[in-house]
Design a binder for this molecule. Structure first.
Ligand SMILES: Cc1cc2nc3c(=O)[nH]c(=O)nc-3n(C[C@H](O)[C@H](O)[C@H](O)COP(=O)(O)O)c2cc1C
Length: 182
């Protein structure tokens, strides 16, 4: 059984993280969801907690059950760090090393393989700032999977930006785990 840290950002696709959490949990993995404060506007922590069977962490103030802060404790036990969906803002924080919230702090403390699954409007994805941030992550050895090449976006347009499909996310995460933990 592997420990999966599942980061969730403030994107309309955040509800799909619940399905990913459910599928990984049912596959026998220990899934810990870590939400940005904005993600909580898009998906209820109760949903993620119930499907992952673990408390959801979204603020430093909630990190009370251990003297080691939860974002450090989770970073130490993670076998994979996946962000579903990853917003342009969080990708920028990861790339630049900004740590304003639990998820971005955990990114810095983590040494497990990193899988980033972006979802955003096409223009946001194609902006040179986002592309430069993505290149920084790739150079560092993080994996960036997606967004999907084409599809209808929540903003009403069509183009690149959709989160890749849930089954493919689950399969990428499982492939990133050490074989002994599968
Ligand atoms: C309805 C709505 C949908 C949004 N969807 C996305 C999205 O898919 N991707 C994205 O990068 N930002 C999206 N945003 C903007 C982010 O929520 C915003 O940039 C926020 O600061 C992200 O914070 P976080 O990265 O800390 O979660 C959306 C905003 C709204 C109001």
């Amino acid at each position: 059984m592997a420990t999966v840290v599942l980061g969730v950002c403030g994107s309309i696709a955040a509800y799909k993280a619940a399905d990913v959490a459910s599928k990984l949990t049912r596959a026998g993995h220990e899934v810990h969801c870590v939400c940005t404060p904005t993600a909580l506007h898009f998906v209820a922590p109760l949903t993620l907690m119930t499907l992952s069977r673990h408390p959801v962490i979204s603020s430093f103030e909630e990190e009370t059950d251990n003297w080691v802060p939860a974002h450090i404790a989770l970073a130490q036990k993670a076998n994979v760090f996946a962000v579903v969906p990853a917003s342009a803002h969080s990708i920028a924080c990861f790339a630049q090393g900004f740590a304003p919230n639990v998820l971005t702090s955990l990114y810095l403390a983590n040494r497990a393989p990193v899988l980033i699954f972006p979802a955003m409007n096409t223009q946001m994805w194609e902006h040179p700032a986002t592309q430069r941030n993505v290149q920084m992550l790739l150079k560092r050895g993080d994996r960036v999977i997606g967004p999907a090449e084409n599809g209808e976006l929540a903003c009403g347009t069509c183009g690149k930006g959709r989160l890749v499909d849930v089954d493919s996310i689950v399969s990428h995460i499982q492939q990133a785990l050490p074989a002994t933990l599968l």
